[in-house]
Structures are given as structure tokens and as C-alpha cells.
Design a protein around this ligand. Structure first.
Ligand SMILES: Nc1ncnc2c1ncn2[C@@H]1O[C@H](COP(=O)(O)OP(=O)(O)OP(=O)(O)O)[C@@H](O)[C@H]1O
Length: 575
């Protein structure tokens, strides 16, 4: 955990992180002077009626108090800066890891959100504690004990008998509390996930009149969170009162025993006052240590969870040094097999090739592995066997950026970002010219509805594009994929929400304007793929047939059946 903190405090922040505890030593030193000065005022000043001595020492006490205050404020400011900078760095780094990680068993968005927000805040609290409390409390504790021995050696054994018991007690409580805080953070994840799902699916929930049902389910998770938080808090709640009680007992014993020593003139009055003051400082330091330990238990859990995200570094060797560029936009899959989970193959021994500039259609039942082929082509997953080449070069020999520049994608689930229509269209091509946008929107048949928007290309897009219809979102999505002029265009069921007429228009405009791009069309609609140079037929992750429409009508009963179901029963699909 300390490694994470150090790695994410850079430059000035790191200097502040290390400087802060040093400045804190000044505050502790000043605090420790007060009881001794007080004892000296009583024993040397008041007892001897020496007012100059009293006033001089009072000024000294005031001076140490002000210096302590300055040191304390300085420590707080330095620690705060280090903690804020570390939080900023961690959040950015974690989001980068989340966006670039290609681990299929990776973390769910709900837990990522909790880790990036809640857990990082716990880590920030830890830094504040490390720079302030973690130095102040032990120093005050040790310093208070040393000073109490020096000032009142006859009373000090009271402390030495009780302290080991308290320390063992504290250690046991903390050990018990750590797993409880882990469970509490997991419950926070669940509440976040359920809340997210409900908010995203609010429309569906309303349409099924399931608001109460969902609320009841949420209440169960919410109650579980409350219960786990309670259990975790209860595990450490006992610490403070027990420590307070034991140390108060020590004060009572010190007063009783010390009182008899004062009466018998074995020790002076001031010693007992100084000892009690040191006891109070020790008590404060112990209570502070307890709070730190409680927060530390939470921070250990959070540190582990943050560490798990950071461990999800991108697993792909992006080979920036010997990056090879493809010779053209041809594609080749050679005996490719892949599974998201090791034991379950999703694609089995897939081999095909597409020449540069050709159309490839991929058709197959839902779940047959069509989108998985694209996931591999874009190196979203790297752990496949066999070889995939773009332009004659193995995609594993290309930098990831190079692969992504070759392929643009339009998905069925058209994801838009809040901003404007223009910012969405230029998402992958910030340098796009007005002419590029005109071509892209025309090809995607999005020009007409954009022209009808009051602000046209600058019209606002709300979160997830919810101020556009499903069909409009898909058309913007296609236009966005066309804008960057990538040599390969993939349309993964990208027109499923548009009507037949619009679909046909997009297809014919793509044919006109795609400028020699290699184009892969994944579709459930036979009409979208039947004109392709080659069509792949997938069944349960296996390539069961490939050929032109006419060839497949002869060789693939599955394809023929699809054609007959969708278009009717004639030899070419028509009656
Ligand atoms: N991220 C993932 N983790 C685990 N399994 C996955 C993942 N994505 C897809 N799968 C599984 O892989 C199989 C193939 O999915 P894929 O999305 O490639 O099918 P598809 O043919 O494109 O389906 P559809 O036409 O419904 O989009 C399915 O059984 C699916 O459950």
C-alpha cells in the first residue's frame, strides 16, 4: 500500500509527503514542553513566590503553543497537498487502466466506480493520517512516556504496567476488523451496481410497473450494507472507551499514589501535575492512534482494492519499437481459436481471408461468435491461437494504435457521448474537415435529420444519446465510423434499428462512397450480406460454410433456410 502511495505522489507532492511529518515533529516537541514548564512554574515560581519566573515561563509556554500551532498548520497544508495530488494521480491512472485493460475476467464497472471514488478517498485519508497522525500520535505517545519518566520517575511504573496490555488489545481488535471492512466495501460495490442498473433501466422498470419490486430488492442490498458497516464499526468501537477508561484509572492511581508521595514530601507538587498532564497527552495520543488504526483498517482494504485495479495493466505487448505497418487493407484469419473463459471455446479453427477493398458478410445465429471475430481483429483480446493478419502483417507485430487506425467499427449498441453531434462524429478523427463530415453523414443517411436540428452539427447530444431515437443513434454511429477514413470498416448489426428503406439507402451509399475500404458486414438480415464478395456462415463458433450468395444457396442448408425464412422460397430466395 505504501508503494502505491509513493508511486502516485510525484515531484512537489512527494516532497510535501516527506516534509510534512518532519514539520510535525516541531508540533510534538512544542506540545511536550508544556507539562514540564507548568511543573517548573509550580515548583520554582509559585512555591517561591517568584513572579518573574512565573511570567517568563508563561511567555515561554505561549511561545511553544504558537510555534506548535504553526507547525501543525504547516503539516496539515503539506499533507493535504500530497493527499489531493495522490488522489488525482490515482484516479487518472485507474481510469486509464480500466479503459486499456484487456483482461476478459476484469473488474465490473460498478466495483471500478467504487474503487476509483470511495477507495481512493480512503487512500487519501490514509495519506493525511500518515503525514499528520501517524507521526504525531506515536511521537506524542513515546515522547509523553519518556518525559513522564524524566519528570516523575517514581510515578512512571504505572504507565509501564498498563501500556503492554493496551497495545496487545489494540492489535487484536484491528486484526479482527480488517476482514469486516473488506466485506463492507464489497457491499458498497453491490449497492453501486444495483443502483446503476436501476437508473439505467428506469424506463424498462416503469414500463413493467416494477418500481416497488426493484425498490424492495434495493432495500435488501442497502440493509446488507448498513449491517456490514455496523459490524465493521462495532469491531473497533470498543477501542476508544476501553483506552479512555484504563488511562483514567491510571490518572486516579497516579493522583492517589502521587498524593501520598507529595504529602510525605518525596516528590514536589509540580511533578504530579506534570505527570497527570503527560498522562492526558498519552490518552489523547492513544485515542488518536485508535482513530488512525480504524481508518487504517479501512485504508488497508481500500489499498488492496486499488492495487487490484492497478495490477490490471494492459496485457498486450504493443511493440512500439518494431511496429510494422500493413501493406494494404486485406485481412487473413489462419486457424484461429479463442475462448473468453479458458475451458469454453467460442471460436474454433476459423480460417478465411478478405482481399483489400472487398465486402465480407458474416451471418449466423445469435451467439455463434460473429462479434468475437471482430473483437480479435481489433485486438480487444489477445489470447487466441492461430494468426490474424492485416495487410499481410501479423496484428501482434503491430502497435495497438496502428491496429486501431486500420479498423473503425459501427456497433448495434450505438454508444454516443454527451457533447454535440459534431463532437461525436469527430470522436475518432479530430482533424476531420467539413467535407469529411458531409460525406460521412450523407453515407449514413444522417444528413437529413441533422439538417432539421435547430443547431445542426452543433446540436447537443445528451448522456448516452438519449435525445435521439435508436435509428438516429445508429446512423450517427455509422457516420462516426466512416469519418476517420480507416481502410477497414466493420458494421456489426449496425443498422438493426433502421427501417428497410433507410437500410437499403445506407447500403447503396456505402457502396458508392466507401472509397475502396475493406468492409465487413455482420448482420441478421440476409439482404445486407447477400451482395458481398464472400459470406461466412458461423454456427456455434465454427465456420460451417463460406462463399458467395449463389454458392451458399447450393452448399449451405443453414444459409438456404435463412434465405427462405427471410425472403421466401425461390432459388434466390424469391418466390
Ligand atoms: N465478454 C465476454 N465474456 C464472456 N463470454 C462472452 C463475452 N462476449 C461474448 N461472450 C460469449 O461468446 C459467445 C459468442 O458471442 P458473440 O457476441 O461473438 O456472438 P454473436 O454471434 O455476435 O451474437 P449476436 O448476434 O447475438 O450479437 C456467446 O456465447 C457469448 O455469451
Amino acid at each position: 500500500m505504501l508503494r502505491i502511495v509513493i508511486n502516485h505522489t510525484h515531484g512537489l507532492a512527494r516532497l510535501c509527503f516527506f516534509l510534512s511529518p518532519i514539520v510535525m515533529l516541531g508540533e510534538v516537541f512544542c506540545d511536550l514542553q508544556q507539562p514540564t514548564l507548568m511543573a517548573q512554574i509550580i515548583d520554582n515560581g509559585l512555591t517561591r513566590h517568584d513572579m518573574n519566573y512565573v511570567i517568563g515561563h508563561a511567555w515561554l509556554m505561549a511561545g511553544f503553543a504558537i510555534l506548535g500551532l504553526i507547525c501543525g498548520a504547516g503539516t496539515g497544508a503539506l499533507g493535504n497537498y500530497a493527499s489531493l495530488k495522490m488522489g488525482q494521480s490515482l484516479r487518472t491512472h485507474m481510469l486509464r487502466v480500466a479503459l486499456t485493460s484487456r483482461n476478459p475476467k476484469g473488474l465490473e464497472p460498478a466495483t471500478l466506480v467504487t474503487r476509483i471514488t470511495n477507495d481512493v478517498t480512503q487512500m487519501q485519508n490514509l495519506v493525511m493520517m500518515m503525514t499528520r497522525g501517524m507521526v504525531r500520535s506515536p511521537m506524542l505517545l513515546v515522547g509523553g512516556m519518556v518525559m513522564s519518566i524524566v519528570v516523575s520517575p517514581r510515578l512512571a511504573p504505572i504507565l509501564f504496567i498498563t501500556m503492554p496490555f493496551l497495545l496487545v488489545f489494540m492489535f487484536m481488535v484491528v486484526r479482527r476488523s480488517i476482514p469486516k471492512y473488506t466485506k463492507m466495501q464489497q457491499a458498497v460495490d453491490t449497492v453501486n451496481r444495483v443502483m446503476r442498473e436501476n437508473l439505467q433501466g428506469a424506463k424498462t422498470i416503469k414500463s413493467y410497473v416494477l418500481e416497488d419490486h426493484q425498490l424492495n430488492q434495493f432495500n435488501d442490498d442497502n440493509t446488507a450494507l448498513q449491517a456490514r458497516s455496523q459490524t465493521a464499526a462495532t469491531a473497533t468501537i470498543i477501542l476508544s472507551p476501553v483506552i479512555q477508561l484504563v488511562l483514567n484509572l491510571c490518572v486516579v492511581i497516579a493522583l492517589g499514589y502521587g498524593g501520598t508521595l507529595v504529602v510525605s514530601r518525596t516528590i514536589p507538587n509540580g511533578q504530579i501535575i506534570a505527570f497527570v498532564n503527560y498522562m492526558i497527552q498519552i490518552t489523547t495520543a492513544m485515542v488518536m492512534t485508535v482513530n488512525i488504526i480504524t481508518a487504517f483498517s479501512r485504508a488497508i482494504t481500500s489499498g488492496t482494492r486499488v492495487g487490484e485495479v492497478l495490477a490490471e495493466e494492459p496485457q498486450i505487448d504493443t511493440r512500439p519499437s518494431d511496429n510494422q505497418l500493413p501493406h494494404d487493407s486485406s485481412i487473413e484469419f489462419d486457424h484461429v481459436s479463442f475462448g473468453y473463459i479458458d475451458s469454453k471455446p467460442i471460436l474454433e479453427d476459423i480460417s478465411f481471408d478478405v482481399q483489400a477493398g472487398q465486402w465480407l458478410g458474416i451471418i449466423g445465429a445469435t451467439g455463434s461468435g460473429k462479434s468475437s471475430i471482430i473483437n480479435l481483429l481489433t485486438r480487444t483480446y489477445d489470447d487466441y491461437t492461430g494468426t490474424i493478419k492485416i495487410g499481410g502483417v501479423d496484428i501482434k507485430d503491430m502497435a495497438l494504435d496502428t491496429v486501431h487506425k486500420q479498423v473503425t467499427l459501427a456497433f448495434q449498441d450505438a454508444q454516443l457521448f454527451s457533447g454535440s453531434v459534431r463532437s461525436n462524429l469527430t470522436f475518432g478523427a479530430p482533424q476531420a474537415t467539413p467535407a469529411d463530415l458531409t460525406t460521412a453523414t450523407h453515407t449514413a443517411d444522417a444528413d437529413e435529420f441533422i439538417d432539421n436540428l435547430p443547431a445542426k452539427l452543433d446540436a447537443p447530444v445528451e448522456q448516452q444519446g438519449k435525445n435521439f431515437s435508436g435509428g438516429q443513434r445508429q446512423r450517427l454511429n455509422i457516420a462516426r465510423a466512416i469519418t476517420p477514413h480507416a481502410p477497414i470498416l466493420v458494421m456489426d448489426d449496425a443498422t438493426s434499428a433502421v427501417d428497410q428503406e433507410t437500410n437499403a439507402r445506407i447500403k447503396s451509399r456505402l457502396d458508392e462512397n466507401r472509397g475502396g475500404k475493406t468492409t465487413i458486414i455482420i448482420s441478421q438480415r440476409i439482404t445486407n450480406v447477400m451482395g458481398c464478395h464472400e459470406i461466412l456462415v458461423l454456427q456455434d463458433g465454427k465456420l460451417v460454410a463460406r462463399g458467395t450468395h449463389d454458392e451458399l444457396m447450393q452448399t449451405s442448408p443453414f444459409y438456404k433456410q435463412l434465405v427462405q425464412t427471410q425472403l421466401g422460397g425461390g432459388p434466390n430466395g424469391h418466390e
